[in-house]
Design a protein around this ligand. Structure first.
Ligand code: BG6
Ligand code: MG
Length: 221
């Protein structure tokens, strides 16, 4: 059934709710800097690398910062984030995601991870899902961040599958754009308006099913 050969997942906000931890860590930093920061603005930071996210926050401060100050601020945010992720356990996998990945693998489809986070290897370890992923590409392995397709294309190459036969799963607008630019089928998890460029949008991972994915994928080809 179907011709999907690989499914490549984003990590934060797709496999586990670390998107919330990134939000909390940025919020703490923004509060310290007296920069207004809310969930709507946070949407712009999803899927985007650490320094780029910091730049977007600092733009709102109206002040200028030296390279050293920016590095210090980025480390401070990362410390807040690292404190939050220490307590992650396999129970923090989002509902339905383990079952979905297992279903995929049972069909002989290979799996990958494409995460803009340098903390991805740590989080995967805490979740104990290394065995469920055939390849992992994190921010340290690529030059360009999402929405550039590099991270997804690197994962497809490592898996040895042509992009047209690959599906990407993302919760961020920049991530969905990266998947589409890579020439893959995009599944969006979250808000219909934000993720409108995706080929299929669900509101949570629990709604994912391989059967429906096959149907949606086939109808798009
Ligand atoms: C992405 C998140 O996965 O990783 C972003 O969506 C985060 O919110 C980015 O800023 C970078 O993460 P880290 O852990 O390298 O600071
Ligand atoms: Mg994400």
């Amino acid at each position: 059934m179907g011709s999907i050969k690989a499914v490549i997942f984003d990590l934060d906000g797709v496999i586990t709710d670390t998107a919330e931890y990134h939000f909390l860590a940025w919020k703490k930093l923004a509060d310290d800097l007296d920069v207004p920061f809310d969930r709507e603005f946070n949407e712009k930071l999803k899927g985007i690398g650490r320094m780029e996210s910091l730049e977007l926050i600092l733009e709102k401060s109206g002040k200028t910062f030296s390279v050293e100050e920016k590095e210090r601020l980025a480390s401070r945010k990362n410390e807040h984030y690292r404190t939050l992720i220490q307590r992650i356990t396999p129970d923090d996998l989002l509902p339905g995601i383990r079952g979905f990945i297992k279903e995929i693998k049972k069909e002989g489809i290979v799996t990958g991870l494409a995460s803009a986070s340098k903390n991805a290897p740590f989080v995967i370890k805490r979740l104990k899902i290394e065995d469920l992923l055939d390849t992992v590409v994190d921010a340290t392995k690529v030059e360009k961040g999402k929405p550039d397709p590099e991270i997804f294309l690197t994962a497809t190459k490592q898996l040895g599958v042509e992009p047209a036969k690959c599906v990407g799963v993302e919760d961020a607008k920049a991530g969905v754009q990266a998947i589409k630019r890579a020439g893959m089928f995009a599944v969006g998890i979250g808000d219909q308006n934000t993720l409108s460029e995706a080929d299929w949008i669900v509101s949570a991972p629990a709604e994912l099913s391989l059967h429906e994915l096959y149907q949606r994928y086939q109808n798009s080809n």
